[in-house]
Design a protein around this ligand. Structure first.
Ligand code: XMP
Length: 425
């Protein structure tokens, strides 16, 4: 890493991530370290310009009062303490954070995505060399950005496996093939596992059971593909900084070793490559933009691992699954037309396993309803309802009723979380 770095030492604060983001927003790179970091470990980085001791009210971690190793004060850079009464250094607060960074530490605002990508490409080339990397490419933001970065660094030495389990949104498998297989000329293995997943899911109504089947089958398909490939040394993963920084008492450096390979069998052991592990989500998106990935991939809204499987409620059938996929595509298109992409956190459709009586072309119909969900949230733990304009709801409704086969009603779910979860299953 050539960019200047500010180290945040976690002394029990719950604001470590927020502080790192604040510093990065000034264009200065920042990482979070545990309180017991040693001088030698800090010295392994030659780019540290300053250290912030970031404590909570009592400097307590896991119930024990803590302090830093006294020798780290010999690092030879400015130290500042936020809420850390014991520190042998100047005390600071975020009103003067900017001047501390630039006037006291003399940090340069050189943290940007072009530099990050250049650094990572160099690091990945060093780490991987002529060896081979395998990556499960779902088409989601994180795995797509990892793929683009790995392809830029080691080209055909990365094999991307895209498993189409039939539960992806409209156009997603095609986009993965176009962007990675064609435009980026990646070594892409496309696995059409649609029939396999749908037959495993046949008649399964319990939501947890559905999720388990989808997760386990995914690992099985990926494992089968991995076994077909020769000489794979590394497994690429889309781990990002929030995955490894636990708020408050544990830090990224302390927990990252625990990140596992997601259920692959023991005899398939790979070394992990996690080039996004120090990026926050918005930085991952910026990195994707820097690498030239399309907007609708980079700014994709959150999508559950089990995909449309949890939006086709109860036992999944092909016809209802298609109706969910088509209605979701209409909803997303109309949100785009209304300028709502990126403004509403998550929006989608779902179909319950019930039918109602209606009338179409002067005849009785007996068809499914489509339910619209559109929510805003900060952390997905609670969510509020986006008050959609009536005209938009009207437009979406008439399009779904005329374009989606088997649907005769459209409903709008205005339940916040709690009591409803965002997904219905
Ligand atoms: P709930 O339904 O629990 O969802 O309110 C909160 C957020 O998590 C997403 N979600 C998932 N994401 N794998 C994921 O990566 C999953 O299995 C999963 N289930 C739900 C959901 O879409 C929402 O954004």
């Amino acid at each position: 890493m050539k960019q200047d770095m500010i180290v945040i030492i976690d002394l029990g604060s719950e604001e470590n991530s927020a502080l790192a983001r604040e510093i990065r927003a000034f264009g200065v790179y920042s990482e979070i370290y545990p309180h017991d970091i040693t001088l030698a470990e800090l010295k392994a980085n030659d780019n540290i310009k300053g250290v912030i001791l970031n404590g909570g009210p009592n400097n307590v971690v896991d119930g024990v009062e803590i302090d830093v190793n006294g020798d780290i004060y010999n690092l030879g850079v400015p130290f500042v303490a936020y809420d850390f009464p014991k520190a042998l250094c100047e005390k600071g607060d975020s009103s003067n954070l900017k001047s501390w960074l630039f006037d006291v530490c003399k940090a340069e605002a050189n943290w940007n995505m072009a530099n990050f990508v250049a650094d990572q490409v160099e690091l990945l080339r060093k780490q991987i060399g002529n060896k081979k990397v395998l990556l499960a490419l779902s088409g989601g933001v994180d795995s797509s950005v990892v793929a683009a970065l790995l392809i830029k660094a080691v080209g055909k030495n990365v094999t991307c496996v895209h498993v189409n389990h039939g539960l992806l949104r409209k156009g997603e498998p095609e986009q993965v093939i176009n962007v990675f297989g064609k435009e980026l000329d990646a070594d892409l293995v496309y696995v059409d596992a649609v029939d396999r997943f749908l037959s495993k899911l046949e008649g399964v109504t319990d939501p947890e059971q559905k999720r388990k089947i989808i997760g386990a089958e995914f690992i099985r398909v990926f494992e089968e593909e991995a076994r077909k490939l020769e000489g794979i040394d590394f497994l690429g993963q889309g781990t990002i900084y929030p995955d490894i920084v636990e708020s408050g008492t544990k830090t990224g450096k302390a927990v990252k070793a625990h990140h596992n390979v997601g259920g692959l069998p023991d005899d398939l052991k790979f070394e992990l490559v996690e080039p996004l592990k120090y990026l926050f989500k918005d930085e991952v998106r910026a990195c994707g933009k820097e690498l030239g990935l399309p907007d609708n991939m980079v700014y994709r809204q959150p999508f559950p691992g089990p995909g449309l499987g949890v939006r086709c409620l109860g036992a999944i059938t092909r016809d209802r699954l298609e109706a969910v996929r088509e209605s979701d595509a209409i909803l997303r298109e109309e949100f785009d037309n209304a300028g709502l992409r990126g403004k509403v956190w998550q929006y989608f459709t779902l179909i319950p396993d019930i039918k109602s009586v209606g009338v179409r072309d002067n005849a009785r119909s007996f068809e499914w309803p489509v339910i619209i969900r559109a929510v805003n949230t900060v952390d997905a733990m609670t969510a509020t309802i986006e008050p959609l304009p009536y005209d938009l709801l009207n437009k979406i409704t008439s399009r779904i009723l005329s374009e989606v086969k088997g649907v005769n009603r459209v409903l709008y779910d205005i339940t916040p979380k709690p009591t409803g979860t965002i997904e219905w299953e």
